[in-house]
Write a protein that binds this ligand. Sequence first.
Ligand code: GDP
Ligand code: GDP
Length: 458
Amino acid sequence: MIPVVALVGRPNVGKSTLFNRLTRTRDALVADFPGLTRDRKYGRAFLSGHEFIVVDTGGIDGTEEGIETKMAEQSLAAIEEADVVLFITDARAGLTAADQAIAQHLRAREKVTFVVANKVDGIDGDSASAEFWGLGLGEVYQMAAAHGRGVTQLIEHVLAPFAEAVSDEDSDDTDDAVDERLYTEEEAESEQERLRALPIKFAIIGKPNVGKSTLTNRILGEERVVVYDQPGTTRDSIYIPMQRDEQEYVIIDTAGVRRRAKVHDTVEKFSVVKTLKAVEDANVVLLVIDAREGIAEQDLGLLGFALNAGRALVIAVNKWDGIDTDIKDRVKSELDRRLGFIDFARIHFISALHGTGVGHLFESINEAYESATRRVSTSMLTKIMQMAQDDHQPPLINGRRVKLKYAHIGGYNPPVIVIHGNQVSRLPDSYKRYMTNYYRKSLNVVGSPIQMRFQEGD
Ligand code: GDP
Ligand code: GDP
């Protein structure tokens, strides 16, 4: 499971600076969820081999009365959901009462916490950070977020335990582990066979009240549920294995249907972190949108996260029952307008309440999964590359024609197609898009993004 790192601290200590630096390392989409999570910001980060979710919790202003209340309102949920807290302080400003109050809170929560003294650039870091040892949270890490100093070392240190966990998991040879093998036709075929026996993990995501629980219940009511009574925590989804037409699936239930049936307290139903983790762990994301509300910023934020993670995608526009034709038309044109850019995903109009169209979702889930994980031989990919090139020559760059040599697969879910050749890295974006579309059509990839990589030489 992808670790979640929360940035906590009073205002102006450098949390956003660090957040931006961490999420910029990969063109991570930052999801803002207005209304839902007020001052929190979520990003996907990738740094020296570590992948993680980073949450900027907004600042805690030490001047107000009752820091506990403020803490509870703004950052408590983020802290609860995090695996690790980076408690950021300002080495220039020195230790403040607000820092003390935050530290006290963190000690009480018993969260894995790292104290970071930021802004050590141009000052004597050792002496400036010495007083933060007094917070009673152990070692103080020095950093200058604005200059990137100490950031990589900090993250490596903080995430080292998770890296080990990840490599253990990878060794069980899951379908989406990075696979750079050059396949012959036969190997591609037999690998495909093996894959068919694996369950398809799909996450049902969407903003609150779009009908996720209703949909999950509808699916579970109709299909054979293998096991469902799994414990779940607030921040984790429930994994429900099921079977349909001989295919095994695991529903990643972000709405917590099964838990709510048992626990009657007010467990927060919606959690961004839970959703993001579910997306990371799924093969296919089923994004549910409420037809009666049209497309909201939050829908786009979630969609962006799924795309950024490279996940296969199916869109369900729910509550399609009992709405007028003119509203249906309006929703459809809004979908065209705002979701036109993801023309690869299938859109279903369903009623989770009445069950209309729910069965058909599985056709698209299967298709998206198949598209995202299909094994294709090196010779096939190279042939397609050559056909594309014959149809439409790459442009001249500095008077020389770009030469494409061969193509192979570089990963799955999403499929990564690696093209080798001379000057390929200088191909214009328009040509790269042309290649992507050519592959999409030739391989009939529906419901999954395709990533292209261009590598110089052989
Ligand atoms: P936040 O309120 O905790 O999110 O803080 P910001 O990231 O907005 O930073 C507050 C101010 O501190 C900004 O003016 C930053 O440019 C500055 N800052 C952040 N990191 C550093 C650093 O490493 N060194 C110095 N000198 N200034 C920094
Ligand atoms: P969640 O927060 O996304 O899990 O949403 P719920 O499944 O709890 O549904 C929120 C509300 O929408 C409930 O009152 C449902 O009965 C209603 N709802 C869900 N699906 C449909 C649907 O297909 N049609 C209609 N009319 N209402 C629905």
